[in-house]
Structures are given as C-alpha cells and as structure tokens.
Design a protein around this ligand. Structure first.
Ligand code: MSK
Length: 677
C-alpha cells in the first residue's frame, strides 16, 4: 500500500462514524454498522464531514439582497470593545438575526398551515360529499368545535329546537375554517379559546392574528431589504404569525383531522425498526399529512391487495410510519412506527422496505440516493414535494380519487417485493407503548365519562404529588447524539415528579425507550407522580400526536387554567416546554407560539441568535416581561431539565404551592379563592 493510500485509509477511518457515539438507540447502532458494511452513506456520515457555518450559526449572515451576503460574526473584538458591526445598508447584527429568525417563523408557520389548508379543503369536499373516501367520523367533536366558528348546531323549526344535519354543519364549519387563511381583518376564531387573561393580553399587545396567510406574508415583506429595522417590532410580527400557526393553522388541522379520522384515545402500539417483517411487503409512510396515510391504511388492509401480495409470495403487508405521519396513524389506528427522523435512511438500509411513500416535510433528499443501493421504491405523492435525485416514482395523490390512488401506491410496493437484492437484516428491537392522549382523552381519563375534567390533575399539582407539567417535543438533530438529550430531559423531569406531555420525534424516542407505558411510572417517576399514574393507569409521558398536534398541548394548558386553582393564565402554570433536539423551522414557529402563549421554552443544540446579543437578550429575558414566557438555549440536557424544574418551582411559589399540601377536597368556592389569591 502506498503512503497516500495509507493516509487516505487513516483519514477515512478517522472520519468513520462510531455508531455508539451518535445514537443511544440499539436498532440505529445495528443499522449504521450495516450501512457502513454495505458502503452506504447516511446523514450521520455527512454530519462528520460537513460542519455548520460559524456565521450562519450565530444568525448574523444577511443574504436578503444582492449587495451581500454581509457576514457579521461576533468576535472577541466586539465583545471586548465597541460593537460597530454593520451590513452594507447599515443593518445591525440585531436586525439581521431578527430577520433571519422571523423568516424561520414564517417558513415553519407556512409548513404547518399549508398542511392545515389542505385538510380544510378536503374537509369541505367531504362535507359537500364531493369525495366518497373521506367523511365525518367524530360527529361529537364537530359539534364541539362548531360554536368556535360561530356555527349553530341546532335550528328552530316551528318553535321547536332541532339538531341540524351534521353535513350541513360540517359544510359551514369547512367554509369558515378555510376562510381563516385568506382573512384580511379582525381576529382568528380560535384566539378566544385561550384563557381570557391571555386573550386580553394579546389584544392589548395587538398581536392577535388577522388571518393566517396575511401574517406569514407580512413577515416576508418586513424582512425584505430596507423595511422593518427594529428587532422588537420584527419579533412582534413573529408572535402574530406564530400564533396564527399554533392557534389557527395547526389547531384547525388537528381539529378537522379528528373530525374526519377520529379523535385519538389511548391505544397500544409498537415502535422501532423491529416492526418490519422479512416475509411481508413492508410499506413505510413518511412525512406529515394524514390525508394520504389514512387512505394507505385502508388500501393496505384491502382483501384484494392482501391477495395480490400473496401472489408475490408475501405473507402479508406491514404498514409502518416514519416521523409525524407515523404519529398520526399510530394514535388513531395503533399501527406501528418504524422510527423517528434520523432513522428514515436506516429503514431503507434494512433491505426490507419495498416502498417508502412520502408526502411533505422532514423527508431527506438522500433517501432517493440510498434507495438505489437497495431495492426500495421511493414514491413521492404530493405536487408540492418532488425529488430530483435518484430514481423516484411519482404517484400523485388526488384527494378526490384518494382510495384508488392509495391502491396504486400499495400495488407498486407489492410489485417491488420480488426485487429485493439480498436477505433483509431487520433489527429485533421494538417496544410496546400506550399512546393517543388527545386533550379530550386526558379529560376522560382523569375524570371519567360523566365527570370528565382536568380538576384531578390540578388537584394533584396543588397537593404536590405532581410538581408540574413539562412539554417535551421536537425533532432529532444530527449535530447531537440521536435521542440522547430527549431521554435525559424526560427522565430527569419524571424523577422530579413532573408529568410530561409529548409530540413528534420526542414522543418516538420515549416510545423506543419504554417510557410510554403505565409500568414506566414505577421505574422512572418520583413517588408522587408514580402514585398518580398508577392510580389512574396512565403512562407518565403522554403521547399527544404529531407536530401540528402541539396545538393539543395549548388546549391542555388552557383546560388546566380553566379547571381552576392554578392561576388565570397559561403563564401562571407550573409548566415549561422544551425541544432538546430541534432542527426544523417549524420548531421555531412552535417555540414562538408557546412563548407568546406564556410558556418558558427551552431549545437544545443551538439557536441562530448568539451573534446578536441585544436581540438574544430580548428573546431570552425581555419577552418574559411582555408575554410571561421567554426563550432559552441550553445544550446540556440535565441543565435543561433543571432550569424547567426551577421555573416550575418559581410558579408554584407564586401560586403559594411551594410546600406539599395534604390532599383536601375542594369545591368550586375553594378553587375560586385560590384563583383570587
Ligand atoms: S417535524 S418532530 S423531525 S417528524 Fe414533525 Fe419532523 Fe420529527 Fe420534527
């Protein structure tokens, strides 16, 4: 071997991924070893060789006009002396970082809300019976949400009050819901769902969204060269657009999906790559929109499709989910999850996936290249999301012909079963879990059918058995160890009697680690929380769905406020939220709507604000004085959990709950007394 070859080999080895250093998940370790043995590259390899840009990471690179990019890194010179950094137009680091941050909010809010718009369009088509494949599954939820849109559920005929036809109500709700995107003035309907004190604060601050699209477009205008040059004012518009996401685009998506496909209630499921089966056709649905996955569920269980699979020698069809689509089909059908964001390539590496069916968001372009190393067909389905790389198949999914299109997709997967190149290698790792805790399900579980209420939760927070509530959500990020920070934060919270609400890839990390079972309470929780979970029979980590379903967390927080005894606003609650491994722009929009809703919100890994100290101070400190919620960045997950706990304790103290109290039976008058305190 020549000296150059030895050097090249040493360099390659030095850059090779050590699976145990990049993930805590054993199935991922196994598949990373297989990928290396197969000579296939994954995101874990690319993260080793490509490092983030130092200036972009600080948020201070401006490329909003052709005189730049203007790069304004914060160096020792500015921190120790005068900070006179300016772009060509004079833009300060604060203006630049705030504009970049705002554009992330806009992109994130647009992604969630465009998903919501698609749902509203199909909902309206279903209400008008223009499509036969979708209908109304949860009429009760429709009747609950209709008044929020000002839609009457009854009608007076000949002096007698009668129930209106459910499809007539649905049509009116659909028209009004869809109108929220193009609305120019006034307020989004759901702003009034927030606790009264929060609604009044938003009104005073003039941040109630007028319409969804309008607020997103306005961010793009304000961040154009030479428009809004005051970071305070830019952040104010971030709040409007983010609230339009959380309390409109995402919340409408969640609600209408529930009406069409069913509101989630606790159900068992399984998770990790071990859910795939070597002798079955394996189809993975990956992305976000249940409009597609719900129909693939139906098609994959169709007797005609199962017989067709048998003709190819397969024993059946496994339909598993990936990323947030996985959460959608899991919480409604108990269908298995193959993995979270950083496992998407590794599912293909098993050699067992006959089709990876994708729609929108969180889909890595490299899936298409990787699929060429194996036999997997990557099937794109959405006209908004095509892949140029590799050899993908596009089968457009038309909601008016949904089931037929879904069958075409399933058939393409079955046809590919016989093209497998080698014996698949499927990890054995998989875990059982109990999921599907919509805020309605939590209500039912705590209070029962006849007395559904959040009061038992409040009662246990007041008596100190439960210290507080932690929302732990968000993605995986290849810049940090896969699932590690998620699990450290959650376990630390549980140990300290903090009940956890989860969505997205965090929910999946928790599932893989066995935290989504009622039995986990005894193993991981402090004595108070363990006692409550064991008595009620719930897991200590409540899986609430996908990332649009963070709106369910907003509603759960609102229900807690309304149940009484814990203050008048979300910002009074002993609660905090975090995204320990975030990566997508949607996370920034989610973070901003939680902050503007009054929640202390911590992000891990990085935040592109460090190059603009005054802007960072505004997000990390000053916003608390305005909204009662603020941003924070903490890389160490133990520290993150303990800052959340310290905040929870601060709120307990403000409510006079800093000492554990004996359980007392309270009536409404007692609760009102607490609220007035
Ligand atoms: S966003 S939570 S990477 S799926 Fe739903 Fe994507 Fe996971 Fe973030």
């Amino acid at each position: 071997m020549s000296a150059e070859e030895i050097k090249a080999k040493a360099e390659a080895k030095a850059k090779a991924v050590d699976p145990k250093e990049v993930t805590v998940d054993i199935a991922t370790v196994e598949m990373l070893k297989k990928a290396a043995a197969d000579g296939c590259e994954t995101i874990f390899d690319r993260a080793l060789t490509m490092k983030p840009c130092n200036i972009g990471e600080q948020g201070t690179c401006c490329k909003n006009c052709a005189q730049g990019p203007c790069r304004l890194p914060l160096t020792k010179k500015q921190t120790e002396g005068k900070d006179d950094r300016k772009g060509l137009c004079g833009a300060t680091p604060e203006t630049i970082a705030a504009r970049n941050f705002a554009r992330m909010v806009a992109a994130g809010a647009a992604a969630h809300s465009d998903h919501g718009r698609g749902v509203a369009e199909v909902f309206l088509a279903a209400a008008r019976k223009e499509t036969h494949d979708y209908g109304i599954k949860d009429a009760e939820k429709l009747l609950e949400i209709a008044p929020d849109f000002g839609v009457a559920t009854t009608i007076v005929v000949d002096g007698e009050e009668k129930e209106r036809d459910i499809y007539e109500i649905a049509e009116e709700v659909g028209v009004k819901a869809l109108g929220q995107w193009g609305q120019q003035d006034g307020e989004i309907y759901y702003a009034k769902r927030a606790p009264e004190a929060r609604y009044e604060l938003w009104k005073k601050l003039d941040v109630i969204p007028r319409g969804i699209d309008r607020e997103i477009v306005e961010i793009m205008h304000r961040t154009h060269m030479g428009v809004d040059q005051d970071y305070h004012n830019i952040v104010k518009q971030c709040s409007r657009a983010a609230l339009a996401d959380g309390w409109a685009g995402s919340m409408i998506a969640t609600d209408l999906q529930d009406v069409m496909f069913g509101t989630p209630y606790p159900i068992q499921g399984e998770i990790n790559l071990g859910v795939l089966k070597a002798d079955h056709v394996n189809i993975i649905v990956h992305g976000h929109e249940p409009l597609l996955s719900e129909m693939i569920v139906v098609a994959s269980q169709d007797p005609e499709m199962l017989s067709y699979a048998a003709t190819k020698g397969a024993k059946g069809i496994v339909l598993a989910g990936m990323c947030c689509t996985a959460n959608e089909i899991l919480v409604r059908h108990g269908l298995p999850i193959a993995g979270n964001y950083l496992q998407q390539e590794l599912a293909i590496v098993t050699g067992a996936v006959d089709a990876m069916v994708v729609d929108v968001q969180c889909i890595m372009e490299n899936l298409a290249n990787l699929a060429m190393c194996y036999h997997t067909k990557v099937i794109t389905t959405n006209p908004r999301a095509m892949i140029e790389s590799g050899d993908t198949l596009h089968i457009e999914f038309d909601e008016h012909n949904a089931l037929e299109d879904a069958k075409k997709i399933v058939k393409a997967a079955i046809d590919n079963y016989t093209n497998r190149k080698a014996m698949p290698l499927i990890p054995t790792a998989k875990e059982k879990m109990v999921v599907g805790f919509s805020y309605e399900a939590i209500n039912y579980h705590l209070g029962g059918t006849f007395r559904g209420s959040y009061w038992p939760l409040n009662d246990n927070i007041i008596n100190g058995r439960i210290r507080g509530i932690g929302g732990v959500v968000g993605c995986n990020n290849a810049r940090t160890m896969h699932d590690s920070a998620h699990l450290i934060v959650v376990k630390e919270l549980l140990k300290n009697d903090v009940i956890v609400l989860t969505t997205g890839c965090n929910a999946m990390a928790c599932g893989k680690a066995g935290l989504l079972t009622p039995e986990a309470a005894k193993v991981y929780c402090g004595p108070g929380l363990a006692e409550v979970c064991e008595t009620v029979g719930i897991p200590p980590v409540l899986h609430m769905g996908s990332c649009v379903d963070n709106s369910r967390i907003l509603m759960a927080a609102t229900q807690v406020v309304k149940a009484g005894g814990l203050g008048k606003d979300i910002s009074d609650l002993p609660a905090a939220g975090c995204a320990p491994e975030w990566m997508s722009e949607k996370a920034i929009s989610i973070g901003q709507y939680f902050v503007a809703s009054g929640v202390y919100t911590l992000f891990g890994v990085t935040l592109p604000v460090s190059g603009a100290p005054r802007f960072q101070k505004h997000l990390f400190e000053e916003l608390e004085g305005i909204y009662g919620g603020k941003w924070d960045l903490v890389e160490d997950p133990y520290e993150m959990a303990h800052r959340m706990i310290a905040h929870i304790d601060k709120k307990r103290k403000a409510l006079g709950l800093d000492k554990a109290k004996e359980r007392v039976l309270m009536d409404m008058a007692d609760r009102q007394k607490l609220d007035a305190a």
